[in-house]
Write a protein that binds this ligand. Structure first.
Ligand code: PXL
Length: 271
């Protein structure tokens, strides 16, 4: 009998399908992992201007989903996505403790694409206080890294490394900071730090890539690798290859958005 390893995502639903739990499930599937969801909110988009509207799911309903999955089935790894409130962050922290969850991946979703301000400040503060020290790895972008560390800016490689060190010292066991397209120059560089060594992962910025859902996909790929028993370093390296392929083969959805291609890594392999 083919028994798949299991992963949980505690995340929102992106109705447009590219980010959130849709990205997580597609990524889990591609990497051979059985995915389960505890849905935190439903995000819809207004067709005329693609404004995002967040519809929260009641805390009791999130709790019931976690009860179903963790008391009823069990998981090999888990990740978080959009949490949206301090109460929800607290529930996630308590859940990690209560079930002694392993392979915990925190994607500290705080900002929307292109924005530099934090969406829900008290939720972001709760992530900083409660989730950084409970995770096996945290995957902030540069804006989220600046928020977590209190640094004025995180833009250069040296600043990214400094931020990674600070976040590690706050209790995260591993840190990957996504330099991404926000960085100056021709390369998007991610930095992985495990408390001992820095590993820089650079790819040439792609001229025409649609990156909606890229952060969710990346952290989901790390989660899937951990669920399958990879070491942290191997899971991060595989995730980098997965998201690079997904970006290279990304495609347009409409005049506002385009999605990463979750099928690309399995179809075309590492390029
Ligand atoms: O990419 C951030 C993100 C995460 N989760 C959900 C989203 C989005 C962005 O739209 O909708 C549910």
């Amino acid at each position: 009998m083919d028994k798949l390893n299991r992963a949980l995502t505690i995340a929102g639903s992106d109705t447009s399908g590219g980010a959130g739990m849709q990205a997580d499930l597609k990524t889990f599937e591609e990497l051979g992992v059985y995915g389960m969801t505890a849905l935190t909110c439903i995000v819809t988009m207004t067709p005329a201007d693609w404004a995002h509207n967040v519809h929260p799911i009641g805390l009791d309903v999130v709790e019931e989903q976690l009860h179903t999955i963790l008391d009823g089935i069990g998981v090999n790894a888990m990740k978080t996505g959009m949490l949206g409130s301090a109460a929800l962050v607290e529930l996630v922290a308590n859940t990690i403790d209560k079930y002694k969850l392993q392979n915990v991946v925190i994607d500290p979703v705080m900002v929307c694409k292109g924005s530099t301000s934090v969406m829900v400040p008290e939720a972001a503060e709760a992530i900083k206080e409660l989730l950084v020290k409970r995770c096996d790895i945290i995957t902030p972008n540069t804006v989220e890294a600046a928020y977590l560390t209190g640094m004025a800016k995180v833009e250069t490689i040296d600043e990214i490394k400094e931020a990674a060190k600070i976040i590690y010292d706050m209790g995260a066991k591993n840190v990957v900071i996504k330099g991404g397209e926000r960085m100056d120059g021709a390369y998007a560089v991610d930095v992985f730090y495990d408390g001992k060594n820095f590993k820089e992962m650079a790819i040439k910025k792609l001229a025409e890539a649609y990156n909606h859902g890229a952060g969710c996909t990346y952290s989901a790929a790390i989660t899937a690798g951990l669920a399958n028993g990879l070491t942290m370093e191997a899971a991060v390296a595989q995730a980098k290859d997965f998201i690079t392929a997904a970006l290279k083969h990304s495609f347009v959805l409409n005049s506002f958005s385009g999605a990463t291609n979750h099928t690309a890594y399995k179809k075309y392999g590492k390029e």
